[in-house]
Design a protein around this ligand. Structure first.
Ligand code: FES
Length: 256
């Protein structure tokens, strides 16, 4: 059986560096295997560019299995492309038609400056986590965790929130470039479990302040973040973030 192949016309964002002016470049790639993923297609493009003596396209990836959240670009206006709950590395050419033109550009947000081509600096997320996205109290050893009773629905909600890989698609999709789905997921996964409760107030205040410092916007209930999230993180986590922040603010007022 011969592999099914496809021709794809690509309009791709090229930008030599953070301060360089970017522009779209057009390329045609022929006889691509339909089972090829988007990053694999970009590798083919890079081979072609290298043979022509041109600069290859810079793009991020790591696991290539839909797990880590390192990949990411906007394909035809949608962060991670048109398939629901699918990362860029799991988006395959069989979802496009022969001779289709696809536009690929980086996640765009003030807090995610472009480093080169499709690579953006997502370290703002790291700094938000460093501000409070952890548990620092002694929670005992693993067996102690196993004997703590946790209601099943809370454990499941915490696990769902913990699926957030921090890819940043939520920010790229939001008209306000808000990071509230990311922060909501990180706050929820800890606030829902007994081990995370002792520090919940300090965590909520510190992470929201860090989010504001980094220049992310606020949620306007557009739900674009939820629509593009490859892990299906629910905006209920944003509601929980707001509740946690309000609770922490009131507690801080009482002790002031
Ligand atoms: S490279 Fe890890 S999720 Fe895409």
């Amino acid at each position: 059986m011969t592999a099914q192949t496809i021709t794809i016309n690509i309009k791709i964002w090229r930008q030599a560096g953070p301060d360089a002016r970017g522009n779209f470049e057009e390329h045609t790639l022929r006889e691509l295997d339909v089972d090829m993923s988007l990053p694999e297609m970009l590798e083919v493009l890079n081979e072609q560019l290298t043979l022509q003596g041109k600069d290859p396209v810079a793009f991020d990836h790591d696991c290539l299995e839909g797990i880590c959240g390192m990949c990411g670009a906007v394909v035809d206006g949608v962060a991670h492309g048109p398939e629901e709950k699918t990362t860029l590395c799991q988006l395959h050419l069989r979802h496009f038609h022969d001779n289709q033109t696809i536009t690929i550009e980086p996640f765009r947000a003030r807090a995610f400056p472009v480093i080169k081509d499709l690579v953006v600096d997502r370290s703002a997320f790291d700094r938000i986590i460093q501000a409070g996205g952890f548990v620092s109290v002694n929670t005992g050893a693993a067996p102690d965790g196993n004997v703590l009773p946790v209601a099943r629905h809370l454990a499941e909600q915490a696990m769902d929130a913990a699926a957030c890989s921090g890819c940043g698609a939520c920010v790229a999709a939001c008209p306000n470039a808000a990071a509230m789905l990311f922060v909501g997921a990180k706050i929820s996964q800890l606030a829902l479990l007994p081990q995370g409760r002792p520090e919940r107030e300090r965590r909520a205040l510190a992470m929201v302040r860090a989010m504001d410092r980094e220049g992310f916007g606020s949620c306007g209930n557009e739900r674009e973040c939820e629509a593009v999230c490859p892990k299906g993180i629910s905006i209920r986590n944003i509601a929980r973030l707001n509740r946690e922040f309000l609770r922490a603010s009131l507690a801080a007022d009482e002790t002031a």
